[in-house]
Ligand binder design. Structure first.
Ligand SMILES: Nc1ncnc2c1ncn2[C@@H]1O[C@H](COP(=O)(O)OP(=O)(O)OP(=O)(O)O)[C@@H](O)[C@H]1O
Ligand SMILES: [Mg+2]
Length: 339
């Protein structure tokens, strides 16, 4: 297997807990990410899924150095980069870029598109100023926009066009990793497929690795070779997309997959959606033992084993290329368990 372009090991992020900032109150924090480890090889897309608040955006931001980490390491092409160091931060900005959900707030309203797109060249000193207009024109063409539009301001563009500009800015210095955080969820349905196709094409042309964050499992299955499932700041299952849809080894993955129409149609055992009880617990009150046990259908089915309440399951290998954090990995597949 090739050397990963991105390797994240034991990455944790802590945020201040609300209510902990008063004069006499102790300053407390909560773990938004707990010891995340994953790697990406060139040209592959890893889909990151999980309910709202599970930590997907925080992981993306931690990888590009936008939120401080409390633990762990980030390696790009085999070299550890420490975002606290200026030189490393600059190397990280060249090699790892992020596209955000909302292209209306991610572009500076008073900068022309040309100015926005030449910024990566100026900041990273990768292209001389005389060559920048030509490079900007080429970038606009790459993302399907008219090079003559470099003189315009963001307000003259539609949402889809703005996202194309944001993508152009992200790929300006040919990063090896692109984090795309729900890149189409703020756009009109009619343009979503075009932007997804553009990302897929650019990934292939540039041989970039992509971390693709989305709520839309059908899109993730279409675009990504592997999937990582997050729950309360942890990865609970990671593996090949097809295998995870066909036979999930974590009960949370099974529940998410059972809600996808196409997966249901192919897998008889998933024809009934698995409905999870209650809401995701707050980060301030993460359940003891397996964080998922309070909502787990398998825990209920197995007679509420003590182990699930008292021990945190590690993410461990389950067959080739597949890891799961469940004590009963062979039984989470509804087709095996007959759920
Ligand atoms: N800057 C911050 N300060 C404090 N808490 C934060 C901050 N950013 C995120 N959080 C909290 O961290 C947790 C994870 O948030 P995050 O935005 O990463 O989730 P997400 O999986 O991207 O959710 P969504 O699907 O809604 O985008 C949430 O509880 C959120 O409220
Ligand atoms: Mg998010």
């Amino acid at each position: 297997m090739s050397v990963p372009v991105l390797r994240v090991e034991g990455l944790s992020v802590e945020f201040p807990a609300s209510g902990g900032r008063g004069l006499f109150k102790p300053k407390t924090t909560f773990k938004a990410l707990s010891e995340i480890s994953l790697s990406l090889v060139a040209g592959e897309a890893l889909g990151l899924i999980g309910e709202s608040g599970s930590g997907k955006t925080t992981l993306g931001k931690a990888i590009v150095g936008l939120v401080p980490t409390s633990q762990g390491r980030i390696e790009v092409a085999g070299t550890e980069l420490d975002v606290q160091k200026d030189a490393d931060r600059s190397a990280l900005a060249c090699q790892v870029q992020m596209v955000f959900q909302d292209p209306f707030s991610s572009l500076h309203p008073r900068k022309t598109v040309g100015n926005t797109l030449s910024e990566p060249f100026r900041i990273q000193k990768t292209v001389e100023s005389s060559a920048q207009p030509g490079k900007v024109a080429a970038l606009l063409q790459r993302v399907g926009l008219d090079p003559a539009h470099a003189a315009r301001y963001p307000q003259h563009f539609s949402g889809g066009q703005r996202q194309r500009i944001a993508i152009a800015r992200a790929i300006a210095n040919q990063p090896s990793v692109l984090v795309a955080d729900e890149p189409v969820s703020a756009l009109d349905v009619s343009v979503q497929a075009q932007i997804l196709n553009l990302l897929d094409e650019l990934k292939a042309q540039e041989n970039m690795a992509m971390l693709f964050i989305s709520h839309d499992l059908s899109v993730v299955r279409h675009l990504c070779q592997r999937i990582a499932v997050m729950y309360l700041g942890r990865i609970v299952e990671i593996g090949p997309a097809k295998a995870m849809a066909a036979s999930p080894v974590h009960p949370y993955t099974a529940a998410l997959m059972s809600a996808v129409p196409r997966v249901k149609a192919r897998n008889k055992a998933m024809s009934k959606p698995i409905v999870l009880k209650g809401d995701v617990p707050s980060h301030a009150a993460i359940p003891s033992g397996c964080p998922f046990h309070t909502r787990c259908w398998l825990y209920a089915k197995k007679g509420q084993p003590e182990r699930c309440r008292s021990e945190v399951p590690d993410l461990v290998g389950v067959g080739a290329d597949r890891q799961s954090a469940c004590f009963f990995p062979q039984e989470a597949d509804p087709s095996a368990a007959g759920a």
